[in-house]
Every structure is written in C-alpha cells, then in structure tokens.
Design a protein around this ligand. Structure first.
Ligand code: PMP
Length: 428
C-alpha cells in the first residue's frame, strides 16, 4: 500500500496508528493503547462503535433475509426513503449510491442533464469527493489562490485532467456579493452550485449567505446542491437545511446514514430526479422496432451495490436510535466546547471552538473564521503539536481533523476528555 494507507487522508506524521478494535466511544490499537475516539471514522459513527441495535439489525438482515444483495428493488429501500423524506422534505425522490463521492458525482450529472449546461460552481475549501471535477481548490496554496472575491481554480492532485480548471468555477464562501457576481457572469454555463452548508463540516454558512444563495440560484436557473454528506444528521436530524430553513434543489447524504457502512444518497426535486427515471421502459425499448431508440434521453445511473439491504438495515437502525438520543449528543457537544474554551482561556491560549451540532473544530486564532482563507491564518503548528499530545494521552483524532461526538460519548468520556486536554495543554 503506497504510504502504508488505503486513502491519502489516513496518513499523518510521524506515522498513522494501526487500530485493532472499536467499542462504543473507544478505539484500541494493536499495541494495546486505548483512545476516546473523536474521529469516529470521519464523523460516520454517530452511535459509536458496534452499537447493539445496529448489530442486531444487521444480524437479522443477514441471518433471516440472506447475506447477499438482492440486485432487485426491496422493501428496505422504501422504508429508508420514507424515513428520509420525513426528515428532509426537499428530497421528493431519491437514489442510493455507494459513497458520498458517488452521490455528489450523480448530483452534478443530474444538474447537467436537467439544465443542459455543463459547468459546475463550488466553493473554495469545500470537499465533495476525490474526483476530477471536484479536486479543484479544496486546499489551495493561498499565494496562488487569487483574489479573495474571485478565487482561482487550482488543481489539487496529480493526474487531474486540466480541463476541469476551466469547467469548475470557484466561489468565495460566505461572500454573497462576490458569489452573486460570478454566478451572474457565468449563468448561461453553470448548471449547479454545490456546497457544504458548513465548510469541512464545521465552518457554518451565515443565514444571510444561505438565504441569498437560494434566491440567486433560483433567479439564474442554477441548481442548488447541498452536500450534506457530513452535515446530514450531525447538524440536526434534518441536516443543515432544517437549521437554515432552506430547501435545496438536490441533497446528497452519506456517512451517518450508512450506520458505519459505505453509502451515499441523492435526493431532491422530482422534476430533476426524474431525468434518471428509465421512464416507462417502452420509452427506452421500442417494441415495435425492437430498438433501444431513446436510451440516451435518460440520465444513466447504475451500481451493483446501490441500496444494499444490510447497509440500509444498519442505517435505519441508526436513524431510529438518533431520533431518541440526538439531543443528548448535541447537548454534550455544546458542553465540551464550552469547557474547552474556558480551559484554553485558563491556560492563556488563544483558540476558538467552531462548529454547529455534534461536530466542531479547534482553531488557534482570535480572528473570525468564515471561510477557507480565514482558516489559513490559524496557528497550525500549535494545533498539530496539541493533536500529537492528545494522541499520546489517549484521545484519538487524526491530526488537524474535526471532533465528532456520538451517543456513546457520555459524561464519563467528556470528563475524561477534559482531563486529557488539561494534561496535553500542560505539556504543550
Ligand atoms: N462530501 C462531503 C461533504 C464529505 O465530507 C465527503 C467525505 N469526507 C464526501 C462528500 C465523500 O464521501 P465518501 O468519502 O463517502 O466518498
């Protein structure tokens, strides 16, 4: 494995830690060390590791109904869809995919198909999956990134087709005026604007920005895509759209809703979603001529594992538990943020906890942070040292990453976390 890892993000200096086991709020590495887990698999495990209700749902599904995938429509697809529709009313119709990456990819194709336009606008610093169209200006070098109000489109990886530098348009997050100007200028080319309602899950959009963005995209016939892969369930059961009271045209979900398994979902306005309906098959297969005459009129979407029953069973069990317990996760996250802020104050360190719902980050700066560029002014050297000290003292989060909480993080874990921080800050 290049770099010893299965994804580049899993690498960090001096070396990534190899885990053996997870249980509740805890991770155990192969050397026998125990950690309180705040990575939670990049926020996916909102019930912690191995929740009994998820395990039971999985066991029932596998033992009673068969381990394998049906490869056909089935009832859990509908059960999950109904649950989601109740929580995300903007999702009038939905499709399942195997990851958040596939979900955003499909959402972009839906927007292209629906509008007949073939450029996509995204925000600087926002991540939507590791494919060419979206590997633009995710983590750009500030000295090459251009003016604040008109960011350059910078390629983020070797091997990305330079074509996308001209077909992905980059916008400044939380800057409505500049965003409106760029969108207006390119309105005849831009099919959709995609965004993380909270950048990297923790830098929230302002209400004013969200309301303005909804209006301008509507006015310009641009599809508005909320990528809620991270914010879904974590900002509230109904995601960021329920917090901001904004109805996007398309929504993508992933992570939490897979109950710890690979999943993605795209949902939204029926009119847009129906571009991938193989309408009535008579449209596609013309019985009189025996030809697939109009297959090209349908947006192609496929996937052997889409709507995998075991994953949907785990996801449904997860939503059921969250419906009873989410307010406790939110309350504990709030308490942890407050106590950390006063602890850092007592230690004379300038920091902020930034984030909504059950996700936050620790940023060493006293300046306001509303976008990627603000974030770059923070002291990352200090943060990295802190992260390593936290690791050594028994708290796991990948260096520089966000902190996500789960229902398994009780007051006991929060108190222990504060003790670990106290010790780590002393050493820092
Ligand atoms: N969108 C957002 C906002 C994400 O945070 C992520 C994953 N970090 C993705 C898309 C991609 O999801 P996946 O890793 O499941 O492909």
């Amino acid at each position: 494995m290049p770099g010893g890892v299965t994804a580049n993000i899993k690498y960090f200096d001096p070396y990534p830690i190899v885990m053996q086991r997870g249980s509740g709020a805890y991770l155990f590495d192969i050397d026998g060390n125990e950690y309180i887990d705040y990575l939670l698999s990049y926020g996916s495990l909102m019930l912690g590791h191995g929740h009994p209700k998820v395990q039971k749902a999985l066991a029932d599904q596998m033992q009673v109904n068969g381990t394998h995938l049906f490869g056909t429509p089935h009832q859990l697809e509908l059960e999950m869809a109904k649950k989601l529709q109740a929580l995300y009313p903007s999702m009038e119709k939905l499709r399942y995919t195997n990851s958040g990456t596939e979900a955003t990819l499909l959402s972009i194709r839906l927007a292209y198909a629906y509008t007949g336009k073939y450029k996509i606008a995204k925000f600087e610093g926002h991540y939507h999956g590791g494919y060419d169209q979206m590997l633009i200006s995710v983590n750009p070098k500030v000295d090459q990134a251009g003016p604040d109000s008109k960011p350059n489109a910078l390629i983020e990886s070797k091997g990305v087709d330079p074509y996308h530098q001209t077909h992905t348009i980059v916008l400044p997050f939380n800057n409505l005026e500049a965003t409106a100007e760029i969108l207006t200028k390119h309105k005849d080319e831009i099919a959709a604007v995609i965004l993380e309602p909270a950048q990297s899950g923790f830098i929230p959009a302002t209400q004013e920005f969200m309301t303005g963005l909804r209006k301008i995209t509507e006015d310009l016939n641009i599809v508005l895509i909320f990528d809620e892969v991270k914010t879904g369930f974590r900002l509230g059961l109904g995601g960021a759209q329920s917090v901001y009271h904004i109805s996007p045209d398309l929504t993508t979900l992933g992570k939490v809703v897979g109950g710890g398994f690979p999943v993605g979902m795209v949902g939204g306005k029926a009119e847009i979603m129906m571009t991938c309906a193989p309408s009535t098959f008579s449209d596609v297969f013309d019985h009189s001529t025996g030809k697939n005459s109009s297959a090209k009129d349908v947006l192609f979407h496929s996937g052997t594992y889409n709507g995998h029953p075991s994953i949907l069973a785990a996801g449904i069990a997860t939503i059921d538990v969250l419906q009873n317990e989410i307010s406790e996760v939110m309350a504990r996250t709030h308490r942890l943020k407050q106590e950390l802020t006063s602890l850092f104050e007592r230690k004379g360190l300038t920091m902020q906890t930034i984030g909504l719902g059950s996700i936050f980050n620790i940023v060493f700066t006293d300046k306001e942070v509303w976008n990627y560029r603000d974030l770059q002014q923070a002291n990352f050297v200090l943060r990295k040292r802190l992260d390593l000290l936290l690791l050594i003292n028994g708290l796991y989060t990948k260096p520089m990453n966000r902190f996500s909480l789960s229902t398994a993080h009780t007051d006991l874990e929060i108190n222990r976390t504060l003790e670990i921080f106290e010790k780590a800050l002393q050493d820092l």
